[in-house]
Each structure stands twice: as C-alpha cells, then as structure tokens.
Design a protein around this ligand. Structure first.
Ligand code: ADP
Ligand code: ZN
Length: 213
C-alpha cells in the first residue's frame, strides 16, 4: 500500500496519516516532521529549512526530494508507506513518479482531503503537537487533559512556530499556488480520491479507509 495524502495545511493529513499507519502498519512519512526533527537536531538541512518554514514558504524542492529518496528505501517502507505533506509541488510529484518507476513501484491512491479555507485558519490557530509522539491537540476541539502535557505519552506539547496567523495565511496561499495543481496531475493519472474533511476525526478516517481499501 503506497498512499499520498493531499490537502491544505490544517486539513488533518497528519492525523489521518498517523491513524492509517496504526491500522495498516505502513509508516507515515511526513516531510514536515522530518524537517522539524532536523531543526531540533541542529543539522545543516534543518538550519536551512527553518528559515523557509517559519516564513510559511516551501523548503526548496531539492532538499525535500533528497530526504524522501533516502526515507522510502528504508526497510520499514518496503511494503508501503503513507506520504504526508509530500509531494507539494509539480516538480516534487514528477521526481517521485520517476523514482518509483525506477524501483518498479507505483502509488495506489492519492487521497485529497477537502476543507474550506475559513475553517482551516481556525483549526491551525490554537493547535499544539506532542514533541515526543506527534499527537495533536487543539484548544477548542481537543484540549489536552493537562495543559501542555500529552495525554498519550506525557510528552511536552508545543505550538508550531508557523501556526501564527500571518504565517498561516502565507501557507494557505502557497498551497493554492503550488500544491492545489497536484490534484489535476493525479486526476490525470487516474488515482485521485476526494474525501470530505469535515466532521469528526473518526468520520474522516472511515471515508479515507473506504477509498483506500
Ligand atoms: P502543514 O501541512 O500543516 O503546513 P507540514 O508539517 O506538512 O504542515 O509542513 C510544514 C512546513 O514544512 C511547510 O510549510 C514547508 O515549509 C515545509 N515542508 C513540508 N513538506 C514540504 C515539501 N514537500 N516541500 C517543501 N516544503 C515542505
Ligand atoms: Zn505524546
């Protein structure tokens, strides 16, 4: 099973990818998470990426393509993977297609999670993520039992640097310009599945499962 999750920032790709990972035992491969880890570890890639990420811009294609190429040849990806946040530009999508072709592999489904622009801003403002396990919380819809502490692993919750109002607007603009055209790219390839991203996390998950299995 090789999946791509598409959709704007705040659509819930990360949440759904994590749930798919648990259900189907295929790793969630999130370029956003990989990049944030590189920043934490103070690597050269991390330091370079941080400038783009904090501004709500995309990290250069070469950087993320390099990271993905290294990641998907790892042992745990052999039976499949769930790409979350990659590809995000046409160039990235083309390079992914080429790379998979060379490995004699292909994508089974591209799931586009659709959510209205105004709702996205509300979702991104006020959300926090566990540093240790990646679990997500939200002030309004899913507050943690104890402030700033993860319900599942007691890790520390932190707000993302790029979840500030101005940066959120920039990320949504970048999505419209750079990433939304991927829907057409994958529609032409015949494997685009569109799923409504409103309702509870569980509702959305059933819709996602219905189109991938
Ligand atoms: P979201 O989808 O909520 O914006 P992500 O964690 O997927 O969150 O991405 C956060 C940031 O990481 C992006 O705004 C961008 O700067 C960078 N990033 C992640 N994936 C990519 C990618 N495939 N190409 C370029 N930049 C990326
Ligand atoms: Zn946690």
């Amino acid at each position: 099973m090789r999946l791509i999750l598409l959709g704007p920032p705040g659509a819930g790709k990360g949440t759904q990818a994590k749930m798919l990972d648990e259900k189907f035992r295929r790793p969630q491969v999130s370029t956003g998470n990989i990049l944030r880890k590189s920043i934490q570890n103070g690597t050269e890639i991390g330091n370079r990426a941080k400038i783009f990420m904090d501004a709500g811009k995309l990290v250069p294609d070469d950087v993320v393509i390099g990271l993905i190429k290294e990641r998907i040849v790892e042992e745990d990806c052999r039976a499949g993977f769930i790409l979350d946040g990659f590809p995000r530009t046409i160039v990235q999508a083309e390079r992914l297609t080429e790379t998979l072709d060379e490995m004699d592999l292909s994508i089974d489904a591209v799931v586009d999670i659709e959510v209205e622009g105004e709702e996205l801003v509300g979702r991104l403002t006020g959300r926090s993520t566990c540093i240790d396990c990646g679990a997500m919380f939200h002030e309004m819809s899913r507050p943690p039992l104890k402030a700033s502490v993860c319900d599942s692993c007691e890790g520390e919750l932190c707000q993302r640097e790029d979840d500030k109002e101005d940066t959120i607007k920039k990320r949504l603009e970048v999505y419209e310009q750079e990433t939304a055209p991927l829907k057409e790219y994958y529609r032409k390839q015949g494997n685009l599945k569109t799923v409504q991203g409103s309702g509870s996390v569980e509702d959305i998950f059933s819709r996602v499962c219905a189109v991938v299995s």
